[in-house]
Design a protein around this ligand. Structure first.
Ligand code: NAP
Length: 248
């Protein structure tokens, strides 16, 4: 089945690497104009250039998503240029793992700011024109950690569970304006984020995955592309785990 996107503009955070890059690539291939956001200019620049080189439309914007002022300024600039961002994918995220008694306040706050508060900032910045257009897609990338919990990740699991509550509440608020809001909760996906995991930790995780392997960024991108398309117009307030069966 081919997916339908009519002249849509998408903003993908964390588009410089990993899952966000795969999401940006797949939307770019589908003809969507993609605004690639990441922390560093070089990483979102390379992502946008790759989409353009493949014949698509993309621009790069370096924004610290954990900073409310930067997100508000970027949102204003983008709405001046594009009038409307139709598809918002809140994907940027970080981990700063440690057991609670060793976790610093900085590690707690930066993970909540980057993963959860950023969603609030971007929706505040970009959703109002969606309500006027009576069309919008908001897709938040959560995690199985937010569903199952994970020792060493109280900060991350709290942020990712918070994204689920945020998604369901926002879906109820925006449904009357034909804006859908959904979460995708990846399991263990091969990216820079999981490359930092120790071999021993990975050996513990693999037996917990019924499909017995880690996922690819494209597995998440495929689900996001579907949720962003016209074809998903009757789906809202849901959490889709893409995790090889881990959280069933
Ligand atoms: P990744 O490879 O580490 O890439 C993270 C991306 O987020 C990078 O492009 C990075 O920008 C961007 N980013 C981080 N902090 C930022 C900030 N303050 N402002 C702007 N951009 C920022 O991560 P990933 O594995 O693809 O993960 C993507 C999302 O999926 C995250 O929300 C993560 O929690 C979630 N997830 C991942 C897994 C997994 O197994 N990989 C599992 C469950 C959920 P730069 O490129 O400029 O550094």
């Amino acid at each position: 089945m081919s997916l339908t996107f009519d002249n849509k503009v998408a903003l993908v955070t964390g588009a410089g690497r990993g899952i966000g890059r795969a999401i940006a690539d797949s939307l770019g291939k589908a003809g969507v104009t993609v605004i690639c956001v990441s922390y560093s200019e070089s990483s979102c620049g390379a992502a946008a250039q790759a989409i353009v080189d493949a014949g698509g439309k993309a621009v790069a914007k370096a924004v610290d998503v954990s900073d409310v002022t930067s997100v508000a300024k970027a949102s204003e600039e983008l709405l001046d240029e594009y009038e409307n961002v139709d598809i918002l994918v809140n994907n940027a995220g970080i981990t700063k793992d440690s057991l609670l008694f060793r976790m610093t306040e900085e590690d707690w706050t930066s993970v909540i700011d980057t993963n959860l508060n950023s969603c609030f900032y971007w929706v505040k910045g970009l959703a109002r024109p969606m309500t006027r257009k009576r069309w919008g897609r908001i897709i938040n990338i959560s995690s199985v950690s937010g569903i199952m919990g994970n020792a060493g990740q109280t900060n991350y699991a709290a942020a990712k569970a918070g994204m689920i509550g945020f998604t369901k509440s926002l879906a109820k608020e925006l449904a009357g304006r034909n804006i859908t809001v959904n979460c995708v909760a990846p399991g263990f996906i091969k990216t820079d984020m999981t490359a930092k995991m120790a071999e021993a930790a990975l050996d513990k995780v693999l037996p917990m995955i019924p499909l017995k392997r880690m996922g690819e960024s494209s597995d998440i991108a495929n689900m996001v592309a579907y949720l962003a398309s016209e074809e998903a117009n009757y789906i809202t307030g849901q959490v889709f785990t893409v995790d090889g069966g881990m959280a069933m």
